[in-house]
Ligand binder design. Structure first.
Ligand code: G1P
Ligand code: ZN
Length: 546
């Protein structure tokens, strides 16, 4: 019924994977051969070729997911992949894929997602490739995929009818490939039940503690229903926007104060539940809220690290922790106190992979609403939420109280990120080059009463394999523990995005409850003058503040 067809093609020049896979507007992926070229490049980059390999395939359900799944199944078959596990209806969250690769010892996985970017025909689409450890392909692999994409001349695809992926448990043979349709949720929910004390969380929810989970109409809706409602007994009303939609209901599936506005409004209202949380398009990000309280992701990482022993999986303590460079140093304080190694890595989850594989860290996180551990090799939204619930179930305290107590003992790292989106590429690049050039003269200067003690362009040497990743962002550190970081986004699809990360620190008890933008206002002004942002891009007000 299926026949292998060889299709002649020519390279697209823009298939270089960014921070997290290849991400482009849907319309780019709809160009003839565009998706096929990239998928064939992934296959071509595999050591020993794709023949005989085992892979998992699924996506966040965004527009074009279903079409792309059919194309990829047929290409996998034509390329001799031995076994292909496919999420029912083409659904699989990013953390679920990572778990499946590890659990079934597969050679890798393909995730169709543009994470938190909007969906629909005018939105974005993306392809990520994960390797056999379950994590995102490291740079040497993504570079190889890119090189393959620049010299591709043909791809292989099986010609034949579309495959029915609507029922799980079914196995279909296409050429030499066994396609197995799997339930997207069960394996992941089982893993969560192993890591956390579900009976304690259930008891918390039975005790009158209320929660609200917002899936923002993305993939985690199906996971949330199984875990929070079916397995933990939360009432159905605890779920918001939990039916996945191809356009995410027109919203940005990004769990932050701006894009999860409905949830935020509820959590700051009179009727606010005790706990609120949200996740992104593909389920790897998380936002944690308490009643009338927002937890910054950097604080969340620090608090999880400080209280990790309360969850069964981490009861013996942590091996070490890591954070991406721009993430606040709140977790560093915890690591110091616990005597744990603490690593600073470039932005992007792939940089945690080696540290996790080598057993050097247990927990890691990014300021961009990403937290995770060695249970898989991706950040994990629902995992972080369950971790919080497990801690609250043990402590029987409110979110705000837990965080305030943490600040009392460790001090508070006030933290904000200012994004300048859709900036002209040239201006953004000039700003970074100009900063880079002025680094030597910045060091030692006193600006607004603070002396610059660190001014560099972050270059990371991986302690496991010795590989170097340079030009990862400009760090300006001051003598009062404050810090400004500049970098360009590697995930945006329109123009350039400049990210400025601003961090101030205090351990003065009377200063722990200030407004963040207020507390950081001097540093914010400084971040603009040091970078001469107005000269470079013609404006100095950010588009998004988190
Ligand atoms: C952004 C975040 C980064 C995260 C990535 C993928 O990348 O800043 O922390 O790993 O999305 O979710 P950026 O656009 O800054 O390159
Ligand atoms: Zn994501």
């Amino acid at each position: 019924m299926y026949e292998i067809k060889e299709v002649k093609t020519t390279p697209f020049k823009d298939q270089k994977p960014g921070t997290s896979g290849l991400r482009k507007p849907v319309t780019a992926f709809q160009q003839p051969h565009y998706l096929e070229n990239f998928i064939q490049s992934i296959f071509n980059s595999m050591k020993g070729g794709p023949r005989g390999k085992s892979l998992v395939l699924g996506g966040d359900g965004r527009y074009y997911n279903k079409r792309a799944i059919q194309i990829i199944i047929k290409m996998a078959a034509a390329n001799g992949v031995r076994k292909l596990m496919v999420g029912r209806d083409g659904f699989l969250s990013t953390p679920a894929v990572s778990n499946i690769i590890r659990k079934y010892k597969l050679d890798g996985g393909i995730i169709l997602s543009a994470s938190h970017n909007p969906g629909g025909p005018d939105g974005d689409f993306g392809v990520k490739f994960n390797i056999e450890n379950g994590g995102p392909a490291p740079e040497k692999v993504t570079n190889e995929i890119y090189q393959q994409s620049l010299r591709i001349e043909r791809y292989l695809i099986a010609e034949g009818p579309d495959i029915d992926i609507s029922r799980d448990g079914v196995e279909i043979k296409i050429l030499d490939t066994t396609v197995k349709i799997i339930d997207p949720v069960t394996d992941y929910a089982d893993l969560m039940e192993e890591l956390f004390d579900f009976s304690k969380i259930r008891a918390l929810l039975d005790s009158g503690f209320t929660m609200c989970y917002d899936a923002l109409h993305a993939i985690t809706g199906i996971y949330a229903r199984e875990i929070f409602v079916n397995r933990l007994g939360a009432p159905e009303e605890s779920l918001r926007n939990c039916d996945p939609l191809p356009d995410f209901g027109g919203g940005h599936p990004d769990p932050n104060l701006k894009y999860a506005a409905g949830l935020v409004e509820l959590m700051f209202s009179q009727d606010a539940p005790d706990f609120g949380a949200a996740s992104d398009g593909d389920g790897d990000r998380n936002m944690i809220l308490g009643r009338h309280f927002f937890v910054t992701p950097s604080d969340s990482l620090a608090i999880l690290a400080a209280n990790a022993r309360l969850a069964p999986r981490y009861k013996d303590g942590l091996k070490g922790v890591a954070r991406s460079m721009p993430t606040s140093r709140a977790v560093d304080q915890v690591a110091q106190e616990l005597g744990l190694p603490c690593y600073e890595t470039p932005t992007g989850w792939k940089f945690f992979g080696n540290l996790l594989d080598a057993g050097m860290i247990t927990l890691c996180g990014e300021e961009s609403f990403g937290t995770g551990s060695d249970h898989i090799r991706e950040k994990d939204g629902i995992w972080a939420i369950l971790f919080w619930l497990n801690i609250l179930a043990e402590k029987r305290t409110s979110v705000a109280e837990l965080v305030r107590k943490h600040w009392m003992s460790h001090g508070r790292n006030y933290y904000t990120r200012h994004d300048y989106e859709e900036v002209e590429r040239e201006g953004a690049q000039d700003l970074m080059k100009d900063l880079d050039r002025r680094l030597p003269e910045l060091k030692g200067q006193t600006l607004a009463g603070r002396t610059v003690i660190l001014a560099d362009n972050f270059c990371y040497k991986d302690p496991v394999d010795g590989s170097k990743s340079c030009n990862q962002g400009i760090r300006i550190g001051f003598d009062d523990n404050s810090r400004i970081v500049y970098r360009l986004s590697g995930t945006g699809t329109k123009g350039a995005t400049i990210r400025i990360y601003i961090e101030g620190y205090t351990n003065a008890p009377e200063l722990l409850d200030e407004d963040t933008q207020e507390f950081l206002s001097d540093l914010i002004r400084l971040s603009r003058s040091i970078s001469r942002i107005k000269e470079h891009i013609g404006r100095e007000e950010p588009t998004v503040i988190t």
